[in-house]
Design a protein around this ligand. Structure first.
Ligand SMILES: [Zn+2]
Length: 306
């Protein structure tokens, strides 16, 4: 039996979190699952948002209802009631069985979560809640009940929302276009690039068309400090060689990731030149029969744009 796919774990987790989650908490929770998976740990979110009524029912367990106590919080007294908490567990290799033993893998998932800004229920002193992760932004449940909203920091390192449904097949979302090309289009529309690189804001539809390619070329010309005309001529090509010596800064990396995505690769456009980006770049270079060195230079950009 093979290993459960990351997509399956992410999709189940997203479903289990339910609607009403704080966007940063949700995104960070999915990032925990993703990072754990990369380390060979299969983790999944079991719960996220809970209404006051659901929380009251849970509180009754082990008190007025059978079972053992699972929470000390009544409705309105848990960060789950505000979409700020999730619970996790581990799964078997094939993803069919839940594993609730607090072992080294379990603790590792907690550590990953803490690095992303979560507090872990396993660190609580009065009542240890090992599956529990939360981000309250320093607000008490009293403040949350009064309607205050926490200001949370996104530490996932991805600027844009993570595609909710990733696919190991060529990426096609329910609306038809590729979610990864959408990321490239969102990138092009970000940071005031339409103004700086003189193009009309793109429709984020996930389809690689002339407008998308033209926008990315113009951003390339903007970064390369050559005339922004949307035409890849000799000066534009030469701008690529300047870049290859500068190494891959976050700015250039986001462009490279976007360009790889419109050429069929599936990368988070996060500005981090990691092993996934390097492997994709090498693969692209190899497919175009140019030096496969994992550094984007003139020849690589020529292949990207021509
Ligand atoms: Zn919890």
């Amino acid at each position: 039996m093979g290993r459960v796919s990351l997509d399956t774990l992410l999709q189940r987790s997203e479903k289990n979190m339910g609607s009403g989650m704080n966007a940063i908490v949700k995104k960070s929770a999915l990032e925990v699952i993703r990072r754990a998976y990369k380390e060979g740990i299969n983790a999944q979110i079991s719960h996220g948002m809970r209404t006051y009524a659901q929380q009251d029912a849970l509180y009754a367990q082990g008190r007025t209802k059978p079972g053992s106590k699972v929470t000390n919080a009544r409705g309105g007294y848990s960060n789950h009631n505000f979409g700020l908490a999730v619970d996790y567990f581990l799964t078997s290799e094939d993803g069919t069985k839940a594993i609730w033993s607090v072992n080294s893998d379990w603790n590792r998932v907690a550590a990953i979560a803490k690095s992303l800004g979560f507090s872990w229920g396993g660190d609580w002193t009065s009542f240890k809640d090992y599956p529990h992760l939360e981000m309250s932004g320093g607000l008490s449940t009293a403040q949350l009940r009064a309607g205050k909203k926490p200001s949370l920091t996104d530490r996932t390192g991805t600027k844009t929302a993570v595609p909710s449904k990733t696919s190991s097949k060529p990426a096609a979302s329910s609306s038809g276009g590729s979610s990864y090309i959408k990321e490239a289009q969102k990138y092009a529309n970000s940071r005031d690039y339409p103004t700086k690189a003189k193009f009309t804001k793109l429709t984020v539809d996930g389809y690689k068309g002339p407008k998308t390619m033209n926008a990315l070329l113009r951003i390339y010309q903007y970064y390369g400090k050559v005339t922004i005309d949307g035409i890849f001529g000799p000066k534009s090509k030469a701008a690529g060689s300047i870049q290859s010596r500068k190494k891959h800064t976050p700015g250039w990396t986001r462009l490279i990731q976007s360009l790889l995505n419109v050429h069929g690769y599936k990368l988070a456009v996060d500005g981090i030149f990691g092993t996934g980006t390097e492997a994709a770049l090498k693969s692209f270079q190899k497919s175009k029969e140019i030096a496969s060195d994992g550094a984007a230079g003139s020849n690589t950009y020529e292949k990207f744009f021509k």
